[in-house]
Design a protein around this ligand. Structure first.
Ligand code: G6P
Length: 429
């Protein structure tokens, strides 16, 4: 089995390789693709991968290349984890919206919009290459904003694509650790959009969502994004679902904005700048010839367990016995409040015949539904803006986003973001 990793110069890749080496799959070749700018990094990753494979006693061939179509040729799985414009552009996604009074974030709000507009044109090329060179491959997308990018793939007619996220896995593990039970005992039911989900949690068949909310886990997430926020006393316990941490940007827009602004003005800078410092140290470590495993320092990045999610998806999509996973898939009626063609984050049954989202048994809570509906419309408009190169749709997308305060802000944001992204965005007309 051949797999192709696009954006393999990422500092996350050793985590993926760790998963590949443990996977119960006959993986023989891993093609590590990156642009010329990423050559040194990808060679470093390949060197470490060879040492990791030797240690694990696995015979896997690692091939580095800048030739993406060649890497895709005949692959069983193509994994997107690239970042268009690298962390330099992520920093602008995190900074420019602050000038307009809106939080800057790489997946949420105008920052996520700028990122999507850079990414969708590239994803379109990749989908075409996969259709031509590996028509039976599944395209697994981690590239952010992951749900929106998967929506673009499906809207383009590329149906063997699925979006992946590590947050459902983090939630499961957090609950298992807190309750002192094995991870298999925890069941999560997820509904919404990527980075915008509600989750219900049960252990041994008993719904423990409210107990988990009372334990303060959701509030602890809020503290990370907005230490000064003052949620009303019963806010989290009364929600009725465990909130995705990214919902905090919608529920606490002023406090999260203030915190992002403070970070941007501090000597450490935005998350992108911090990640650059973490990456410099990580790559120095990866170059050490005696390193033959994923180093613990990688935990400083936010993508923990993404390899588990990727490998579980590959195993399920190769198998005959349906497995239950949380994925970003075409809704097809599973969440009745959303259109059939909307990409949603939802539990799904997965096997070699495909992915079937599990129909919800209860309506989506109104509060979550309100945010999800608005953001889904923003996502549809963003995909259209990117694919059609439409300035009008781009402005409407920003105006539809619940964090953007009105038409003047939407226009100002669009002008600033378009100027900063001229090298990457499609030409808007
Ligand atoms: C979480 C999110 C990812 C995001 C990451 C950021 O894992 O689910 O979508 O990319 O955090 O981590 P970073 O270390 O890049 O800030």
């Amino acid at each position: 089995m051949k797999i192709a990793v696009i954006g393999a110069g990422s500092s996350y890749t050793p985590e993926l390789i760790e998963g590949v080496l443990k996977a119960p799959l006959p993986i023989e070749e891993v093609w590590l693709v990156d642009l010329p700018e990423g050559r040194e990094r990808v060679e470093t990753i390949a060197g470490l991968s060879v040492r990791m494979a030797r240690k694990a006693g696995r015979n896997v061939r690692f091939v580095t290349t800048e030739n993406r179509p060649e890497a895709i040729e005949g692959a069983a799985f193509v994994l997107n984890q690239f970042r268009v414009g690298l962390l330099r552009m992520r920093e602008l996604d995190e900074r420019l919206p602050l000038r307009h009074g809106v939080v800057g974030q790489e997946t949420t709000g105008p920052g996520g919009f700028a990122n999507a507009m850079r990414t969708i044109p590239v994803v379109r090329e990749i989908a075409e290459e996969v259709e031509r060179r590996a028509p039976s491959a599944w395209l697994l997308n981690f590239t952010n904003p992951a749900g929106l990018v998967t929506q673009a793939l499906l809207d383009l007619g590329h149906h063997r694509a699925v979006g992946l996220c590590n947050i459902p896995r983090i939630t499961e593990r957090m609950v298992a650790a807190g309750a002192g039970v094995p991870q298999e005992a925890v069941r999560i039911t997820v509904f919404g959009l990527n980075h915008l989900t509600g989750t219900r949690i049960s252990i041994g068949g008993e719904d423990v969502t409210e107990q988990v909310l009372r334990m303060g886990a959701a509030e602890a997430e809020l503290r990370k994004a907005a230490p000064e926020a003052k949620p009303p006393g019963d806010f989290f316990p009364s929600l009725g679902f465990f909130p995705n941490p990214y919902l905090n940007y919608f529920f606490f827009p002023r406090a999260t904005y203030r915190h992002a602004l403070e970070a941007a003005l501090s000597p450490e800078g935005t998350r992108a700048q911090r990640v650059q410092a973490i990456e410099a140290a990580l790559f120095a470590r990866y170059r050490q010839e005696d390193l033959d495993e994923k180093p613990p320092e990688l935990q400083q990045r936010g993508g923990a367990f993404y390899s588990e999610v990727a490998i579980d998806a590959m195993v399920a999509l190769s198998g005959d016995v349906p497995r239950s996973l949380v994925l970003n898939v075409e809704n097809n009626g599973a969440i009745p409040e959303l259109p059939a063609h909307a990409v949603v984050e939802r539990n799904a049954l997965v096997d070699r015949t495909g992915i079937r989202p599990v129909p919800c048994e209860e309506p989506m809570p109104h509060l979550l539904d309100a945010v999800v509906q608005a953001v889904k419309e923003y996502e549809f408009l963003t995909v259209q803006a990117a694919l059609e190169g439409s300035r009008k749709k781009a402005r409407e997308a920003l105006l539809a986003h619940p964090l953007v305060p009105g038409a003047e802000a939407a226009q100002g944001l669009l002008d600033d973001l378009a100027a900063a992204n001229a090298e990457f965005w499609p030409t808007l007309r």
